[in-house]
Design a protein around this ligand. Structure first.
Ligand code: ZN
Ligand code: ZN
Length: 378
């Protein structure tokens, strides 16, 4: 049985949107996983609060919940925020509303919340992982909001003070001869605030370096240059600003014998000379395992065969690409005496049969060539 959303958020049933938001913010800060590492109970509270907030902050969902309770929400297909990403984007939205912080435009106000920087992570994956998809865990070091001071940089119980040098403007006026120029305040470095009692955990920075393991679900079909965006996994914000995003850039390593162009796989496949002449059936390696391919008698070097749907799956779902197999006719190199003799015998016979054809072909060619030569002379 789920707990009452109003109880979870510690608000009354007739609480307004602002009260709900404020209470949720307090709980989210208290139970945030970064602040309570490896604390399953805190994490459960954090998720519970997020779920409650998601419902109570949405007028339509709240009305359904007020009338029909949890069951009513189930019938609408709503079953709580499924993953952490939703919860965090929720928090980001909320901080945005709370502080009137619109997007990431830089505000002049030195006290305005600052969104964390986006991070880029370059990830190398194998050819096969790119083709089949893979789950990876990567460890990134990033600056995250210091939860001791909630990103303010001031020791708990103390507030950043307005900078006395610039009176909070972040800029000072300097006179140079007849001119007056505006310069960044040397005391507060433009922030407009000074921290007399800096937070011990972040040295007044509001951000701390943390290592974090991020789980990546890489879909089948990614290629070099594919980019994944993980909302809110970038660097932490300051003064209540939301986190930046993490961009993962995929680099796919080359395969020993498969080549890839988009969804199409190319393979150069060796076939012994005699087999190419007589025809055979071969097992061709594919990205999924192997596939039978019939090589017809008399197959020439460079002949291409297409194996339908043996290529790379589409990133957007849907069908696989094809695979193209190019025959590479192998000429034997280490021949025994007996093999040489057999080939010589074969050649003698082959020559007799084909001589007519070749002499006709070349004779024609030479005749034409001679004619053109004579024409030029004339
Ligand atoms: Zn701090
Ligand atoms: Zn200043």
């Amino acid at each position: 049985m789920s707990r009452c959303y109003y109880e979870i958020l510690e608000v009354s049933r007739d609480a307004g949107g602002e009260v709900i938001k404020k209470s949720y913010r307090k709980l989210a800060m208290k139970y945030h996983p970064d602040r309570n590492p490896n604390d399953a109970e805190a994490e459960a509270c954090f998720k519970e609060a997020a779920e409650a907030y998601e419902v109570l902050s949405d007028r339509q969902k709240r009305r359904i919940y007020d009338t029909y309770g949890h069951e009513g929400l189930k019938n609408t297909g709503y079953s709580g925020p499924g993953n952490a990403g939703d919860i965090f984007s929720n928090i980001n939205e909320m901080f945005g509303d709370l502080f009137g912080f619109g997007g990431r435009s830089r505000r002049r106000d030195p006290n305005a919340p600052v969104q964390g920087d986006d991070l880029r992570y370059d990830l190398e994956i194998s050819f096969m992982d790119a083709v089949h998809g893979v789950e990876k865990e990567v460890e990134i070091t990033k600056r995250e909001t210091c939860w001791t001071c909630e990103g303010s940089g001031a020791r708990p119980g103390h507030k950043p003070q307005t900078c006395p040098t610039c009176n909070g403007r972040g800029q000072v006026i300097r006179s140079q001869g007849f001119f007056q120029v505006s310069a960044t305040c040397p005391q507060c470095h433009g922030s407009g605030q000074v921290i007399s009692e800096p937070c011990a955990d972040c040295n007044g920075q509001g951000l701390v370096n943390r290592k974090k393991t991020v789980k990546l679900k890489i879909p089948a079909g990614v290629d070099t240059g594919s980019r994944m965006r993980l909302t809110g996994e970038g660097e932490g914000g300051r003064r209540g600003g939301p986190s930046g995003d993490l961009y993962v850039l995929i680099h796919v390593l080359e395969h020993e014998f498969f080549l890839r162009d988009g969804q199409v796989i190319f393979l150069s496949f060796p076939v012994p000379m005699v087999k190419a002449a007589l025809g055979c059936e071969v097992d061709v390696p594919t990205i999924q395992g192997s596939s039978k391919l019939k090589i017809p008698a008399g197959t020439q070097a460079g002949k291409r065969f297409t194996l339908r749907r043996q290529g790379v799956p589409s990133l957007r779902g849907g069908s696989r690409g094809d695979m193209v197999v190019e025959v590479q006719v192998q000429t034997p190199t280490k021949l025994t005496k007996k093999q040489k003799k057999l080939l010589q015998e074969f050649d003698d016979q082959y020559h007799e049969e084909e001589e007519g054809f070749f002499s006709r072909l070349f004779h024609g060619h030479f005749k034409k060539f001679k004619k053109e030569e004579e024409k030029e002379k004339a």
